[in-house]
Design a protein around this ligand. Structure first.
Ligand SMILES: Cc1cc2nc3c(=O)[nH]c(=O)nc-3n(C[C@H](O)[C@H](O)[C@H](O)COP(=O)(O)OP(=O)(O)OC[C@H]3O[C@@H](n4cnc5c(N)ncnc54)[C@H](O)[C@@H]3O)c2cc1C
Length: 335
């Protein structure tokens, strides 16, 4: 709950088609520029997001609880059961029988597994393979300030690590730190001080951000993982979002891809003659775009954190904006 989220214009386009974009935009802050900076905070490259995305929509920084609140009107007419997990699945060619953790069962025409990177639906239907480690750790938090009047998304780049700052609504900022390190458990006690020490060589803006945090539990820490699943459906059970294709978060596109998946699946379901043909069309429309994001996110993580910083910084000064446009350009047309 204590982290932020960037909904890029392709995600906002999906929310607009569902009548939910205005509420999300009001609860967050529009981000107009994306900057890469050196460790001290000097700008190396800048991308104008409105010029890049055209009329796809705004790019919005929003706190996760605010996003959830702004999306709730979209499910007002649906029956939602909280605190209940899917635990079993059995299907024949007409129906899927589902068992839930509260002992109840249900049978359905179609089951959509939107249950995240550790998807139970995937494990019960398609593969029990586990997500892979990216060999990186991240620390995320929300601070009650805009350090030094921050108005753009900034990614400050150090040696084998980075610190991102995204302006949110209500004068708050989302900070995410990323470091190439093997998975470890970072206990809650003393976590804030360890993050301050770990990023002490970064410039004034990052220091102001870290100084404005007060408690260990404001900092969420996790190991980074990804998941690529060969098949996304079997019979009448289909996966969307991270369940099918969790990505490195470097492009900030995982949630946007999940939104696009859901909307494309709905479109295909409403137009197709059979469930099988709808699911086949859904996968053929989605897989190339999702693969692009997974591949580009991985490459970006490597470019930003793996090599010598002098070479990387020079490349960003020279080609940073062009590279951003090439990376995100294929996502500008609707899916
Ligand atoms: C550090 C980091 C930063 C990121 N930043 C961004 C960003 O800025 N922008 C962006 O677009 N993406 C971002 N992402 C990616 C984004 O968070 C995910 O891609 C997105 O949340 C995927 O949505 P989802 O609905 O597929 O899965 P999830 O958000 O994981 O939701 C899955 C849901 O299923 C529920 N569930 C799990 N198992 C069961 C079960 N058996 N029965 C019932 N329910 C179940 C869970 O409780 C959960 O509510 C980031 C990811 C990380 C790790």
């Amino acid at each position: 709950m204590g982290a932020g989220f960037l909904i890029q214009p392709n995600g906002m386009r999906m929310l607009r088609s569902l009548g939910l974009a205005a509420g999300v935009e009001n609860a967050g802050a529009v981000v107009r520029r994306w900057q890469f900076c050196n460790e001290q905070g000097d700008v190396l490259s800048e991308t104008d997001l409105e010029a890049l995305w055209g009329d796809a929509g705004p790019c919005v920084g929003i706190e996760r609880p605010e996003l959830q609140r702004a999306l709730l009107p979209g499910v007002a007419d649906l029956r939602c059961r909280l605190g209940t997990s899917l635990i079993s699945l059995e299907q024949n060619d007409r129906r899927v029988l589902v068992g839930f953790s509260d002992g109840s069962t249900g049978d359905y025409d179609l089951v959509v597994g939107a249950d995240g990177i550790r998807s139970t639906v995937r494990a019960l239907t398609l593969t029990t393979a586990a997500p892979s480690d990216l060999g990186a750790m991240n620390w995320r938090s929300i601070a009650p300030i805009h350090p030094a009047g921050l108005s753009a998304l900034q990614i400050h780049l150090g040696e084998y690590c980075l610190f991102g700052l995204v302006p949110m609504g209500a004068g708050r900022t989302y900070g995410f730190a990323y470091a190439l390190e093997q998975r470890f458990h970072d206990p809650l006690e003393g976590r804030l001080q360890r993050v301050r020490n770990r990023f002490a060589s970064f410039g004034e803006r990052v220091q102001q951000y870290l100084a404005s945090l007060e408690r260990d539990h404001q900092v969420i820490c996790s190991a980074m993982e990804w998941m690529a699943c060969e098949k996304w459906y079997s019979g009448r059970v289909v996966l969307v979002g991270d369940a099918a294709h969790a990505s490195s978060p470097m492009m900030g596109q995982g949630g946007c891809m999940a939104m696009e998946d859901a909307c494309v699946l709905a479109e295909e379901m409403s137009g197709a003659a059979t469930v099988e043909s709808a699911l086949a069309s859904y996968v053929s429309r989605r897989a190339p775009r999702v693969k692009w994001v997974q591949h580009q996110s991985m490459k970006l993580a490597e470019n930003l954190t793996a090599g010598p910083s002098a070479v990387r910084n020079a490349a960003l000064r020279e080609h940073g904006n062009e590279a951003m446009r090439a990376r995100f350009g294929p996502l500008v047309p609707a899916p």
